[in-house]
Design a protein around this ligand. Structure first.
Ligand SMILES: C[S@@+](CC[C@H](N)C(=O)[O-])C[C@H]1O[C@@H](n2cnc3c(N)ncnc32)[C@H](O)[C@@H]1O
Length: 230
């Protein structure tokens, strides 16, 4: 199913998404976990932001400057009414070129609608759109192998695709990120979310001292921190 068809379905589902009580909480605890890996506020992007604005609210409350992006004009109209001061992009993430880099990117329940043959390219785009140390949270189907399916949702066809966990984790590494967290957060549903972080730019050491600099050590693990607390 092409992204434009997904947009038509979401145009018809927009009101439902804005009013749904489950969706008002969905993903918030997971974003709070992701924010623990973030090195402070900066610029954030909510991809497939939808209509209800709860993730934007969370990011604004943490001091981020936030932008939203969605392919559905109806979803965006509701999002803009809720957040008139936020910059929104009406675009298909598959075609959108990042105008800048971000410190935090959310793609909650959105990029799984991207056609399977374009998902790796979108993941590469999201990874490239992160500043060093930047954090990306996104959802996927928790499958072992790639696959896709189209099912009705409140009378509208919705396409979902998943690359499969092994492929996903290889791509995360290949695109310069480290997986910080992976969880089936709605088990036994196969809803999966990942928190990944862009590798910091390696620092050049100018001294002959073999000890890591303060900046290097912030990205590495202190083995004593893994010991049980006494
Ligand atoms: C399940 S809703 C999730 C909305 C929001 N992230 C939330 O959690 O409330 C999926 C959203 O992704 C958007 N979307 C789907 N495919 C997209 C694409 N190719 N580019 C941009 N947005 C897309 C839809 O229009 C819809 O608003």
């Amino acid at each position: 199913m092409e992204p434009q068809q997904t947009a038509v379905s979401y145009d018809k589902l927009a009101r439902h998404w804005a009013d749904n009580a489950f969706l008002a909480r969905n993903g918030i605890a997971q974003h709070e976990r992701a924010l623990q890996f973030s090195r402070g506020a900066g610029l954030a992007l909510d991809i497939g932001c939808g209509s209800n604005g709860r993730i934007i609210d969370l990011l604004l409350s943490r001091g981020f400057e936030v932008e939203g992006l969605d392919i559905s004009s109806e979803m965006l109209a509701l999002a803009k009414a809720k957040h008139p001061n936020v910059l929104f992009h009406h675009a298909d993430v598959c075609r959108w070129e990042f105008p800048r880099r971000y410190d935090f990117i959310s793609a909650w329940d959105s990029v799984w609608h991207v056609p399977l043959d374009r998902q790796a390219a979108v993941l590469e785009k999201l990874s490239s759109g992160l500043n060093p140390g930047g954090v990306l949270i996104f959802t996927s189907g928790g499958t072992d192998a790639p696959g896709h399916v189209t099912n009705p949702c409140h009378g509208q066809p919705l396409y979902h695709a998943a690359l499969g966990i092994p492929h996903l984790l290889r791509l995360v590494d290949e695109f310069g990120c480290i997986c910080r967290h992976l969880e089936y957060d709605q088990h036994p549903e196969s809803h999966l979310y990942l928190i990944v972080q862009k590798r910091p730019v390696p620092t050049t050491q100018h001294n002959t001292d073999s000890r890591p600099s303060a900046e290097d050590s912030s990205a590495s693990v202190d083995p004593t921190s893994l010991s049980p607390r006494r």
